[in-house]
Design a protein around this ligand. Sequence first.
Ligand code: G1P
Length: 301
Amino acid sequence: MTTTNASVRKAVIPVAGLGTRFLPATKAMPKEMLPVVDKPAIQYVVEEAVKVGLNDILMITGRNKRALEDHFDRVPALEATLEAKGDTAKLESIQAASNLGDIHYVRQGDPKGLGHAVLRARQHVGNEPFAVLLGDDLIDARDELLSTMIEVQAKTGGSVVALIEVEPSQISAYGCADIEEIDGEGYVRINKLVEKPDIEDAPSNLAVIGRYVLHPEVFNVLDKTEPGRGGEIQLTDALQELAAGQGDGHGVYGVVFRGRRYDTGDKLSYLKACVQLAIDSDDLGPGLRDWLPGFTAGLTK
Ligand code: G1P
């Protein structure tokens, strides 16, 4: 089910992070440009937004991020060269990135945290619900998540987060949700959200992943949110306030995702994501499948 929902039209993608986990690869290149198989990671995220009708995309950028703008722009000289050679496949592959939605950019300025980055979208988004997609999480294009979240937002009128079940030992890396089932519904009510709790304080093993569909009331809350965990303005803290409060724009709901998610946030997960996606690709999959078992068993080089 891929739906276009008129009530949510805009996607916000924070990309101002320094990418320190990937140094030295990210010394002069945005981490979002690291290739995952044959496309930069950020392209998967923009494609996911466009697929559900979010054609208006705002990236919250910072220094050293110009390559992102270049990637989604046209390159007439390269297009002309490929056209002259008759290399239609490559021509289409570069045009695909520049034909994706209407992409806008605003700089974050100070690196004050995810909540601060989202607040920078206020003027562009205005008074309508919007999606936030974090680039470290890739959702398999064969699975539905964002479209379901958009439906839940329309139905509840609140804000919606995406949740996955993690090993209890992993929960301190995520926002964590205390939830309540709602009879007959495929989504849950969020009673409480805690940003990166210690294992012993975690209310559950349900982790918030990088997809949100938010009511614009979140901007009013973020405007007043004090720095939290790590001294940063946390989106989770603003959402906790929306979950706890009453009235228009309050209420937070969760969609538990059980599909394929690839974490590209650190070196090991990134390598796994590359292998997982390559193994499923038509052109690279067969060769990789042939080679990988022998290689890991130490039988082949
Ligand atoms: C952010 C959020 C966290 C969430 C995570 C999902 O953390 O603050 O609540 O669980 O994204 O990827 P980050 O990974 O940016 O530190």
